[in-house]
Design a protein around this ligand. Structure first.
Ligand code: ADP
Length: 376
């Protein structure tokens, strides 16, 4: 045997010994490092969660979501094993602290989603687990809120034009020998009945909005078309007052939403701008996008709105000057429709106004990326 062969053999033995040692050491190391036991969700709870129609979650001690039912995920409550609502997380923490079962009604705002109203029930389970049951009551809440003051307002609003028509009908009867007076009263009856028709239509729009879930009817809409249609809607009124409506629309802006609702919202803003502007003035409609949002802005040089009134104009049936509304035909429902439409399409509405200078209303909606087929 040559010296080189002896050396190779010796090196092999040494290498083998080192590998054996390292392997043994790592085995021992594995035995000594305690592996944290994964907090298991008991099988019967897992079964219950899989059949539950409502949103349910099981939270572990590290505030991770260990298990979530399909509706909880669809509602957007969970992403990356985390609860996306701070309010729910706070509720879970309180239950963890004192072990008391809690039930609360919450308004939850999740990113890029309309707010949801939920009834959450949180209870401790064994092994430090917490069960969260969430019932989505958004639709019910909307209907309840509407019902609360709607009946009173509607009957009051309907009484005015109906009363006027009644009086005018009597006046026509008494003035049957005076054709000029009959014509005048008939004209006023027409105005009142138009007002009544508009009011009833807006009441129907609003109650549909409250009961409907917008996303069910969502389609991709080109913002330029939406604006053009809204401007066309006010064309006759603007012409009668010699008001020019300008349009400055960034091309290729799209939103995802309910077409009829969004049409009603933008039309209402343009209609208001024309109504509350003096003759021979200009109304400007612009649409811009910054990737995330689309901003549709309607600006006028009209009478403006004081800061105190700005807080209230989005309320149903609220009018700054009810006496003036008799001439403008205003119902006080337009802006509340705009606000509801914005909210149910994942957006919002902003107002800037200065008395005697003018107003700007901006409808902000999430931008839709047509190439990607998703929100930008
Ligand atoms: P209306 O049918 O009376 O126009 P809205 O809900 O659309 O009802 O508006 C509520 C109130 O807000 C109006 O009565 C008016 O006083 C005020 N308003 C709305 N838009 C404008 C505007 N562009 N300029 C001045 N005031 C406005």
């Amino acid at each position: 045997m040559e010296v080189s062969e002896i050396l190779v053999g010796a090196a092999g033995i040494v290498l083998g010994a080192i590998i054996t040692y390292v392997w043994r050491f790592s085995e021992r190391a594995q035995e000594t490092v305690p592996t944290a036991p994964a907090p298991a969700v008991p099988p019967d709870i897992r079964t219950v969660l899989s059949v539950l129609r409502s949103s349910a979650l099981v939270m572990g001690e590290d505030e991770k979501v260990l298990r979530a039912s399909a509706p909880a995920i669809a509602l957007g409550l969970v992403s990356d094993d985390r609860l996306r609502s701070d309010q729910l997380l706070e509720l879970v923490r309180r239950v963890r602290r004192d072990g008391e079962v809690r039930e609360e009604e919450l308004e939850i705002h999740l990113r890029r989603r309309p707010p949801i109203f939920v009834r959450a029930r949180v209870a401790p389970l064994s092994h430090g687990l917490i069960l969260v049951l969430v019932e989505d009551r958004t639709a019910e809440q909307k209907v309840e809120t509407l019902r609360r003051d709607f009946v009173a307002n509607v009957s009051h609003e309907l009484k005015t034009p109906i009363g006027a028509i009644q009086l005018l009908a009597e006046a026509v009867g008494e003035a049957r020998d005076d054709p000029e007076a009959v014509e005048r009263f008939a004209g006023r009856m027409r105005t009142e009945s138009e007002r009544l028709t508009r009011l009833v239509q807006q009441i129907i729009d609003l109650s549909r909005l409250q009961a409907d879930v917008a996303s069910e009817h969502s389609v991709v809409i080109k913002v330029g078309e939406l604006v053009a249609e809204a401007v066309e809607h006010s064309h006759t009124d603007a012409e009668a007052k010699a008001i020019t409506i300008t349009q400055d629309i960034q091309p290729d802006l799209y939103v995802l939403g309910d077409r009829a609702q969004l049409h009603a919202a933008v039309s209402n803003l343009v209609e208001n701008a024309v109504t509350y502007s003096p003759d021979d003035s200009t109304v400007a409609v612009s649409a811009t996008g910054d990737g995330d949002e689309v901003r549709i802005m309607v600006s006028d040089h009209g009478i403006g709105i004081s800061p105190e009134e700005q807080e209230r104009i989005f309320e149903r049936f609220y009018r700054v000057d009810p006496a003036r509304a008799r001439t403008t035909g205003g119902t006080g429902l337009g802006l509340s429709i705009v606000k509801h439409v914005a909210a149910s399409n994942g957006g919002s509405v902003e107002v800037w106004s200065e008395p005697d200078l003018g107003s700007s209303f901006t409808l902000v909606l999430p931008a839709w990326d047509v190439d990607e087929g998703e929100y930008e």
